[in-house]
Design a protein around this ligand. Structure first.
Ligand code: HGY
Ligand code: MN
Ligand code: MN
Length: 426
């Protein structure tokens, strides 16, 4: 049992479970960005924000924002946030834990009659997970001015453009400049670890030191659909043969790079679309997306050069065309702000909780927010390190402990953060 924490662990827990339950019942837990279910989840969050006395707005980038005024708006905003969208058949905590923690911190401050000097904002960022349009962190890119026209023109399989989707859910791509923030003094994000370190070492919280850089590359092979029974093997132009050999190359090159250096390096092919995807038709077309993560961008450059050569060779050997080798997105690794990390450690100590420094192999909105303000993350344990799967789990008291660390750090930072130059008094 954790020490008596300065917030309501049951209220926090119940809200996480309530939001998690807004899911596609056929494949829990799924609340894909831009879908009707996502909008249902958003409406639930907005209502909870209003019930907690927050002023609620949607910015032009599609971010849902709840604001609590402070004594001196010219100090700049302290923002707490994460995301409410999920991967397909994901978990109940990835993203939600951070948004609901911000909400619970607001309620705990009110219960304790605490008025902060800084305005406090709780942000549900739009589409942190890679969306059907091929882009992740859509809302936090908008918040830092990194959502460009090329990205807005990306389409999902049905042909809708990302820009139109943002408009459809309440944003306004024509006013994206207004979504770019210059008034945030600090950004805090609580997230599940999605790894095994905290649980295996019986630690309460992780203080994130850095967030990996992520590059995503789309590769498309085009051969020729043919009859699986009558087409001789030597005459086939089988796109899946080239694609599957490229998948094998991705794994081999990644293992080789990871073993060769001390840096963190992983690569995954999580999307493979075979067309026409029929048992008796030689595949005519294959689309794949490669997800590359590292703390050292030079390793990504080397890896991509190798896979560029490998995939071209596999296409030639299978007598198919490699018609696309395109970078969909590319974010560098980022370091979390030492001043915020120190506040998290001091807060953990004051609560008698065990904390450790930890790098993040997952991408987060905090990686983009660190471009415009000091940003840092608190991790809470993931059972068996599992995430992006329905088995994802964090205990109620583990979540409450992480939220308490963030609350105590927030109260300290409210007194110690330097004024955010240029923050306009609202
Ligand atoms: O993919 C990631 O790292 C994050 O969960 N969106
Ligand atoms: Mn995720
Ligand atoms: Mn996440």
């Amino acid at each position: 049992m954790k020490p008596n924490l300065p917030l309501n662990a049951d209220r926090l827990w119940d809200d996480v479970m309530a939001l998690a339950d807004i899911t596609d019942p056929a494949k829990p837990y799924t609340r894909r960005s831009f879908t009707q279910l996502f909008l249902e989840g958003r409406a639930w969050v907005a209502k909870r924000f209003e019930q907690a006395g927050l002023t609620v707005r949607m910015d032009a980038g599609g971010n849902l924002i709840g604001r609590r005024e402070g004594r001196d708006p010219s100090l700049g905003v302290i923002a707490i946030g994460s995301h409410s969208d999920t991967v397909p058949s994901g978990g109940r905590f990835d993203g939600i834990a951070g948004v609901v923690t911000g909400l619970e911190i607001v309620r705990a401050l009110d219960d304790a009659g605490v008025v902060l000097d800084h305005p406090l904002e709780v942000i549900d960022f739009l589409a942190e997970e890679p969306s059907e349009y091929g882009l992740s962190c859509v809302g936090s890119r908008a918040a830092v001015g990194a959502l460009d026209d090329k990205m807005l023109a990306l389409t999902e399989p049905g042909g809708e453009k990302l820009g139109d989707a943002i408009k459809r859910i309440g944003g306004d791509p024509a006013r994206l400049a207004e979504a770019k923030r210059s008034d945030i003094a600090a950004f805090l994000e609580l997230h599940i670890e999605q790894g095994i370190v905290l649980e295996s070492q019986s630690l309460d919280v992780g203080v994130v030191t850095s967030i990996v850089g992520i590059r995503r590359i789309e590769v498309i092979f085009e051969g020729g659909a043919d009859h699986a029974g009558t087409t001789p093997l030597h005459l086939r132009r089988d796109a899946l043969v080239a694609a599957s050999e490229t998948v094998a190359s991705v794994r081999q090159r990644a293992e080789w790079l990871a073993s060769e250096t001390s840096g963190y390096f992983v690569a995954t092919v999580g999307i493979l679309v075979v067309e026409p995807n029929a048992s008796n038709v030689v595949p005519g077309r294959c689309r794949m997306v490669i997800d590359v993560r590292t703390t050292d961008p030079a390793m990504t450059t080397r890896f991509v050069e190798e896979i560029d050569k490998d995939s071209a060779a596999h296409a030639a050997a299978a007598r198919v065309e490699r018609v696309a080798f395109t970078t969909l997105s590319d974010g560098p690794p980022v370091a979390c702000a030492p001043v915020l990390r120190d506040a998290y450690h001091a807060a953990a100590r004051s609560l008698g909780l065990k904390a450790t420094d930890l790098a993040s192999g997952a991408g987060h909105d905090a990686a983009f927010m660190s471009r415009i303000c000091p940003s840092a993350m608190v991790f809470v344990p993931s059972k068996a390190g599992k995430s992006h799967a329905p088995e994802e789990w964090t205990e109620r008291d583990e979540l409450a402990a992480g939220a308490a660390v963030m609350l105590e750090a927030l109260k300290a930072l409210d007194k110690s953060l330097p004024r955010r130059a240029g923050a306009i008094a609202k």
